[in-house]
Design a protein around this ligand. Structure first.
Ligand code: URA
Length: 263
């Protein structure tokens, strides 16, 4: 491992709160899984999933006019439209809509599933415990919320009791995410967790089977990793998430080096 790689590894482990666990395992002599991904991304390119196939029902939008109108909106119009939205049942119990936050010209777009209680109260995504871990994950790759990073969710209103968003809710909200993506034009999308990955890729599959590959969403490279809330409960997957972040960094670097042509 080169000095640079080893420094980067140490920094990431520290930022993600992994160092004590790592040392404990080394000290105990336990066989460690090899957590160090190659620093050069070897892209496994998965063909672009057509929207609305492969296990997830197509947009029941029916409302192509609504979608077309959303796709013409600028940021202020889009924000106002989300704030007033009553398209699905989630609006009835929300306190605040959670539009998304960050750099509107970001290279990086992180997409979660939907607001929890803290986000519903504050109107900003990932501000609770999971959000703190997401911020640490960003710091591990020298990123921070708001600087070259945009954070959004599949659905903009809190599903009651933190249940997963239903298909109809996700599909009703999806035009908002599409417009956000078209306005931001990120270079890389990170799907956080199985729910976001399932809706974005229109394919029901485990995070384990989707990670470490380059997918595409609306033509943009997309990488799947574990949801921060899940990582809070699973230290083992935290190490894998770190691998995913390295993979993402290298993928984005590769995209920049090649003008996106090899991916
Ligand atoms: N979980 C999510 O998926 N999104 C949030 O904004 C907060 C928690």
């Amino acid at each position: 491992m080169s000095a640079n790689t080893s420094e980067r590894r140490a920094l990431m482990l520290r930022e993600m709160g992994l160092t004590p666990q790592w040392r404990a395992r080394e000290a105990s002599g336990a066989t460690m899984p090899s957590p160090v991904p190659p620093m050069i991304a070897v892209p496994v390119v998965v063909p672009d999933a057509p929207e609305g196939v492969d296990g997830v029902s197509p947009l029941p939008s029916g409302d192509s006019e609504r979608r077309a109108a959303i796709m013409q909106m600028d940021w202020p119009q889009l924000k106002a439209c989300v704030a007033d939205c009553t398209q699905c049942g989630l609006h009835a119990r929300r306190n605040k809509t959670v539009f998304g936050v960050g750099d509107e010209n970001a290279d990086w777009l992180f997409v979660g599933e939907g607001p929890g209680a803290d986000e519903d109260a504050q109107g900003e995504p990932f501000v609770g415990q999971a959000g703190k871990l997401l911020d640490a994950m960003l710091a591990a790759i020298q990123l921070k919320r708001g600087a070259n990073v945009y954070i959004a969710n599949m659905v903009k209103c809190r599903p009651p009791g933190n249940r997963n968003p239903e298909v109809g809710e996700a599909r009703a909200c999806e035009p908002f995410l599409h417009r956000q993506i078209d306005l931001i034009q990120p270079k890389l999308i990170i799907a956080l967790g199985k729910v976001a990955a399932t809706y974005l890729l229109a394919r029901e599959a485990s995070v384990a089977s989707l990670r470490n590959k380059i997918h595409r969403y609306r033509g943009i490279p997309l990488i799947v990793t574990y949801h921060p809330a899940y990582l809070l409960r699973s230290l083992q997957e935290k190490a894998r998430a770190w691998e995913d972040l390295c993979f993402a960094v290298d993928t984005l670097q590769g995209l920049k080096n090649t003008g996106g042509e090899t991916i």
